[in-house]
Design a protein around this ligand. Structure first.
Ligand SMILES: Cc1cc2nc3c(=O)[nH]c(=O)nc-3n(C[C@H](O)[C@H](O)[C@H](O)COP(=O)(O)O)c2cc1C
Length: 271
């Protein structure tokens, strides 16, 4: 009781001080900071699971979008159930026997035990390092694979672009390309999100008949009369550097140091 009165007495004596008193200013400011920091840290902790769930939902939405399964008002979680998630060992191209649900390749890429550093020659996507294992998403039609979605990322002009590329069951015909995170300039490099530009990827062949990786984003427009146009996509006008970045990152991830061994392995298995 006496202690309570003492506390009340302390606060009452502070509040009774004039507003320009330095002691009152310091104590009020300290209390305000304390209350605000408690509020901020509590909301960060409480909202964390919601943030993670939203991020996961966004990834699923993008996977559906790149495969052409996303429709207005679609139940994303229900449609995503159709996908089988696998983890690929990028060096061997074989599936890895790990818990796919808890594997995060972007976290793994930061762990020296789980990543590989890239040499300057290998690192055409300017990512520095990558995880040894990567998550992929298979869409099945009965026993056969109708589509496969691969995560890709690499540097554009201002930022690292994160996205997905989807292939048809031949592991060569591109079904779609979609980025879900980047900071390229809207109207210039940001046109990677333009549905018209993305549409061009559909039906393009990543590899030629000899199995050589040929896909590229060119400068200017594709001339369909010229041989090899099935491997070429228009560059984004006024955004040559972002276009080159996209071309490089796609080539990295489909190449020998990315999903190349997996794609070759699956291509043979399907034939
Ligand atoms: C404010 C500003 C933002 C830019 N943003 C991009 C961009 O996001 N991607 C890009 O490739 N070029 C961007 N550029 C243009 C590049 O600096 C460079 O000029 C361009 O990539 C050359 O492409 P072009 O040969 O097609 O004009 C930007 C330029 C300015 C001034």
């Amino acid at each position: 009781m006496a202690e309570n009165n003492q506390k009340q007495g302390f606060f009452a004596s502070i509040l009774s001080l004039p507003n320009d008193n330095p002691k009152k200013t310091i104590i009020v400011a300290t209390l305000l900071c304390l209350v605000c920091s408690i509020l901020v840290s509590t909301s960060a902790v409480v909202l964390k699971p919601l943030q993670i769930a939203n991020k996961e939902a966004d990834i699923k939405k993008n996977i559906l979008a790149v495969t052409g399964l996303l429709t207005e008002g679609a139940d994303v979680n229900a449609i995503f159930e159709q996908f089988e998630v696998k983890v690929v060992d990028l060096e061997t191209g074989e599936y890895a026997d790990i818990d796919v649900a808890s594997y995060d390749q972007y976290k793994a890429a930061k762990d020296p035990q789980q990543n590989v550093e890239l040499t300057a020659e290998q690192d055409i996507a300017s990512i520095g390092r990558r995880a040894k294992l990567a998550s992929i998403y298979l869409l099945k039609d009965g026993d056969s694979i109708s589509q496969v979605v691969l995560p890709i990322h690499g540097y554009g002009l201002w930022s690292t672009l994160y996205g997905f590329i989807a292939f048809e069951g031949d592991f060569n015909t591109i079904k779609g390309l979609q980025f879900y995170a980047h900071a390229e300039t809207p109207g210039l490099g940001g046109e990677v999100d333009n549905p018209k530009w993305r549409q061009q990827w559909q039906g393009k062949k990543a590899f030629n008949d000899d199995g050589e990786l040929k896909i590229e984003v060119i400068r200017g427009h594709v001339d369909f009369k010229v041989a090899g146009s099935e491997h070429k996509v228009d560059g984004l006008s006024g955004a040559t550097l972002t276009s080159r970045g996209v071309s490089n990152l796609v080539n990295y991830w489909l190449g020998d140091h990315g999903f190349g061994p997996y794609l070759k392995h699956m291509n043979k298995a399907e034939k």
